[in-house]
Write a protein that binds this ligand. Structure first.
Ligand code: FES
Length: 125
């Protein structure tokens, strides 16, 4: 089962979902992991308070880029409040693997970018 799950994760890395940019996004934020320099750039198009579309660009390790692929799948149709309430544990449940603390930082990179982007967006409203 674990092997199968690893294959699913690797497939997200090789064939990432929602990779690309959105022109004129409502939310656009880049964040990087200072330990390694890996980065994720998030684009969100809103419809009211809901995420109509979300995409990412980035470069980095398997966990950070896979996390971005899985997370962007999960967040379509969710509200900004849903995202702000999302915890580290929620994200790790989605990823479904036991991760070391360093790897947890990798997994958190896209969620951190999204949450920072929402804070910027709310501040401008
Ligand atoms: Fe850089 Fe994972 S090693 S984010």
């Amino acid at each position: 089962m674990d092997e199968l799950y690893r294959e699913v994760l690797l497939d997200h890395y090789k064939n990432p979902h929602n990779k690309g940019i959105i022109l004129k996004p409502n939310i656009h934020k880049e964040d990087s992991n200072p330990l390694c320099g890996d980065m994720v750039e998030i684009f969100i198009r809103l419809k009211g308070e809901k995420i109509e579309n979300i995409t990412f660009e980035g470069k980095g390790c398997v966990i950070s880029q896979t996390s971005a692929s899985i997370l962007t799948d999960e967040l379509k149709g969710k509200t900004l409040k849903d995202v702000q309430n999302m915890t580290r544990e929620d994200l790790l449940d989605l990823i479904g693997l036991q991760l070391t603390p360093t790897r947890v930082k990798c997994a958190m990179l896209p969620l951190s970018a999204i949450k920072k982007g929402i804070i910027d967006y709310e501040a401008k409203k």
